[in-house]
Design a protein around this ligand. Structure first.
Ligand SMILES: [Zn+2]
Length: 296
């Protein structure tokens, strides 16, 4: 194992919410962590809307989220980015993989996959369609994975995964033509030259597949930091779909302090009374390794 990777470009973080509702405490926590991590390195912080799934996207949510971030002093660098405008880049990545002869069409229905996963006791794809030679159009598109071990910097240590043993051949594009999160995010983070991906711990399981795609597409692998989830009273992750309460933008400092404490960071001094005062102090006192959900 080698040392922590050093980015050879401007440190860049991003916050990538899906515009399906207003910010809740969990998404504010991810926004704060990615913002402070970028600013602590003197870098850029980008705002990108993961609006590729247009069924779940709401136009008013974009304005809401932008307003709420600004109220918390979390000002992004550059233009606001939208996944939905990136389809040509995803097409190009899929083309590259197709030319490498790594893709195949999959006709399995969700119900059939679920039933086979239950029988097998795991959800790794069983490659039932791998040799059927379905066309890629009008089918889900899967990438054939080999047995390579991929690794990435995770919070404060290296992580590794053999995707063939975990997810197996995974979906890059759904049957309805929508690109899967795995492909879109890898292309986006490369386009945006992101050096650290900071996001909620519920997304950690995707990392191996994403690093695998970075290998195939000859893209560099950013550092990853998965931060703790904020749980609702029912013990489940707060999410827009279970009706999490919107962050109250009229009390930004209190919200930021609560998020900071959940990130397992040292307590700020009492003299801090403003949002900007807090953000300046936080940038100087940020300890990313402590914010990893493995330590919280
Ligand atoms: Zn299949």
């Amino acid at each position: 194992m080698t040392a922590q990777p050093r980015p050879d470009r401007v440190p860049t973080g991003r916050f990538a919410p899906s515009p399906s509702g207003p910010l809740h405490a969990g998404s504010l926590l991810a926004a704060l962590a990615s913002f402070i991590d970028a600013k602590a390195q003197g870098g850029r912080w980008l705002l990108r809307f993961d609006d590729i799934d247009s069924d779940r996207s709401r136009a008013d949510a974009v304005a809401d989220i932008c307003h709420c971030l600004a109220a918390h002093g979390l000002h992004h660098d550059g233009d606001v980015l939208f996944q939905s405008r990136r389809t040509p880049y995803y097409d190009a990545a899929l083309d590259t993989l197709s030319r490498q002869n790594r893709l195949y069409g999959c006709a399995c229905t969700r119900a059939a996959l679920r039933e086979r996963a239950e029988r097998a006791g795991h959800s790794r794809y069983d490659r039932q369609c791998a040799s059927r030679q379905f066309e890629l159009d009008n089918h889900a598109v899967r990438v054939r994975v080999d047995d390579r071990l991929v690794q990435w910097w995770e919070g404060d240590a290296w992580s590794q995964e053999r995707v063939r043993d975990t997810a197996g051949d995974f979906v890059l594009k759904r049957r309805d033509g929508v690109y899967a999160y795995q492909l879109a995010i890898v292309v986006d983070d490369s386009e945006d030259q992101v050096t650290t991906v900071t996001r909620g711990a519920d997304l950690r399981d995707n990392t191996g597949r994403q690093v695998y795609l970075q290998h195939l597409l000859a893209l560099s692998t950013p550092r990853y930091l998965h931060v703790p989830l904020v749980l609702g009273e029912d013990g489940r992750k707060l999410s827009k779909s279970n009706g999490a309460v919107a962050v109250d933008a009229s009390r930004p400092l209190a919200n930021l302090l609560a998020a900071w404490s959940r990130l397992n960071q040292s307590e700020p001094p009492n003299r801090i009374e403003t949002v900007n005062g807090f953000l300046d102090w936080a940038g100087q006192n940020w300890q990313p390794a402590l914010a990893s959900d493995r330590h919280c």
